[in-house]
Design a protein around this ligand. Structure first.
Ligand SMILES: [Zn+2]
Length: 319
């Protein structure tokens, strides 16, 4: 997008010629290795998390003329960007407070570019408190039977929420990829309890017999690791994703239980976000982009999905 003489590129997958490149957060699908001359706007935490995941964002800035970064509530360090009062881009965003993560902060803008991962009405998530209570009762009954529980979610973001909510169970084990992300969170003041690190190569045959809780990356119950934990230790597998609102999710994942704990806005939160930004035009991206744009049009907004992921705003603002 060109505002004045400045061109911005938002979450590109590869280098795009622009004056500024914005990296909203450190999930792999939002990152690339910028070229040396690229001026990257990202939070310092995003830069650090990216580095731990093998991406070098180079020199980054959190401030630039006419630009405001706002907490998007998605994961640690995630930001939305407002460019003058012209554009507000959400990156990935959450509309609710979860443990140490706040909700997406909004500002008014003429154009809203938003993620719509869960942009259909069946995706309205239950309260986090209710969900935590239900998961605790699943863990309690497994402990009663003397069996362990594996809690599965993305290693950056979801796994730290799981570590935060369920580490009062003992012993608590963290898969090594989760432990690496937990350490960065602790360095930034997030109160995550220490636990035993699990190396899936060395420790597979050396886990305690009896109940324990492990926080692990998402994997199918049919994967080698999970099938082994089930067979050898009788582990109960619990998957966490917004997609768990769908009836077939638990079966598709080969999990024993699934819960809709999400790092994204649900349908109602997406609508609240649009109303808060109060834009003249909305562009939707990711997930149910066409469906959500259609619903917004019914509500009187001008809205359309991006045909494919367009990393340079000029692609669609000046078609
Ligand atoms: Zn993300």
């Amino acid at each position: 997008m060109d505002i004045g003489k400045t061109r911005y590129s938002l979450d590109p997958h590869s280098h795009v010629r622009a004056d500024f490149t914005f990296v909203s957060h450190a999930h792999i699908d939002h990152m690339h290795n910028p070229s040396r001359n690229e001026k990257v706007i990202a939070s310092a935490v995003t830069k650090e998390l990216a580095k731990a995941r093998g991406y070098d964002l180079g020199e980054t800035v959190e401030e630039a003329e006419g630009v405001e970064l706002l907490d998007s509530g998605h994961i640690l360090g995630s930001r939305a960007i407002r460019i003058q009062d012209e554009v507000y881009y959400t990156g990935d965003a959450s509309g609710r407070i979860r443990a140490f993560l706040g909700r997406c902060r909004t500002r008014r803008a003429r154009i809203l570019v938003m993620e719509t991962t869960y942009g259909t009405p069946e995706y309205v998530f239950p309260s986090t408190a209710k969900l935590v209570k239900e998961v605790n009762s699943v863990i309690a009954s497994a402990y009663h039977r003397g069996t362990p529980v594996v809690l599965m979610g993305y290693p950056l973001g979801k796994a730290q929420l799981l570590s935060y909510f369920f580490s009062s169970w003992e012993p608590i084990l963290y898969h090594e990829s989760v432990a690496a992300m937990n350490r960065i969170h602790v360095n930034h003041g997030v109160a995550l309890k220490p636990g035993r690190e699990f190396d899936p190569v060395k420790d597979l045959e050396r886990l305690p017999r009896g109940p324990w809780v492990m926080v692990s990356p998402m994997a199918s119950g049919r994967s080698r690791l999970m099938a082994h934990l089930k067979k050898e230790y009788g582990a109960v597998l619990v998957a966490f994703s917004g997609w768990a609102m769908g009836a077939g999710y638990r079966y598709a994942m080969g999990a024993d239980y699934s819960f809709p704990l999400s790092d994204h806005c649900d349908y109602q939160e997406l609508i609240n976000l649009v109303q808060a930004v109060s834009p003249e035009m909305v562009y939707t991206v990711h997930g149910f982009a066409a469906e959500f744009a259609r619903d917004l049009r019914k509500m009187g907004f001008s809205a359309r999905p991006l045909a494919a992921y367009q990393s340079s705003l000029s692609d669609y603002l000046n078609p």
